[in-house]
Write a protein that binds this ligand. Structure first.
Ligand SMILES: [Fe+2]
Length: 243
């Protein structure tokens, strides 16, 4: 039965490939089998080149050793994202086998949110540090002033939010309200809302600072505020706005 494909399989495969069932002609079983499965799109697995800019934070107190260890975790999120994408591509999507208590689709997709969320957050974290910090610049500065009154008030909110978080703080642009907001995240799969563009991500998991600051998270956030790359934050905002 290894090579057996039902008529429904054939129809689904040919429909996915944009081929009419009557036009299949002499298409072999193996060709149809290949058509059934979409090759998953894989994410880039970060390398040392991707933390080159972040390594500039060492004089501010966030060391190269911290970033190099952190890179391994970032790579882990990328690799697990790809592993889950491959597993989903191989999996038979059968509603009869899905279950909200435990099922393969649930296990893969719940953990996908954690893996891909962790990959994206770290993309933004490493992209938006290694700059000169200080007051926000460009269009982001205007949005911060509009939402928080001043850079100082925003920074105080970010620091307070960071101490109150168990994992992440996100500065995001809310397309519905056309404003920015400092969201809190306990993990990469909790709390932010839809239709927002993440433009700055602050990792407050201990692995991001313990080597340099032990448990003094507030000092780490002070150092972080001194190394934000506002040009990168503005670039993310503009991309989100389609500018
Ligand atoms: Fe992290």
């Amino acid at each position: 039965m290894e090579n057996f494909l039902s008529r429904r399989d054939l129809l689904a495969a040919t429909a996915a490939a944009g081929i009419s069932a009557t036009g299949m002609g002499s298409m072999g079983v193996e060709q149809v089998r290949k058509l059934r499965k979409m090759e998953p799109k894989l994410v880039h697995v970060p390398t040392e080149a991707d933390i080159a800019k972040a390594l500039k934070t060492a004089p501010a107190g966030i060391s190269e050793a911290t970033h190099k260890a952190h890179l391994g975790l970032w790579q882990g999120y990328a690799n697990k994202t790809n592993e889950i994408r491959k597993a989903l591509a191989e999996m038979e999507m059968d509603p009869a086998k899905a279950n909200q208590i435990y099922s393969q689709v649930r296990a893969l997709k719940v953990n996908y949110a954690f893996a891909y969320g962790g990959y994206k957050n770290h993309n933004v974290y490493f992209d938006t540090i290694g700059g000169n910090g200080g007051p926000a610049t460009g269009d982001v500065a205007g949005l911060i002033n509009e939402a928080y009154g001043s850079h100082e008030a925003w920074a105080k909110d970010l620091k307070t939010t960071g101490i109150g978080a168990r994992g992440w703080v996100y500065l995001a642009y809310d397309h519905d309200e056309e404003r920015v907001f400092n969201f809190i995240g306990d993990a990469q799969d909790t709390f932010p809302s839809w239709n927002s563009t993440l433009i700055l991500a602050l990792d407050v998991y201990e692995h991001a600072y313990f080597l340099d600051f032990q448990t003094a998270r507030a000092k780490y956030i002070d150092a972080y505020l001194n190394v934000i790359d506002w040009d990168a934050v503005n670039a993310r905002l503009h991309k989100g706005l389609g500018k």
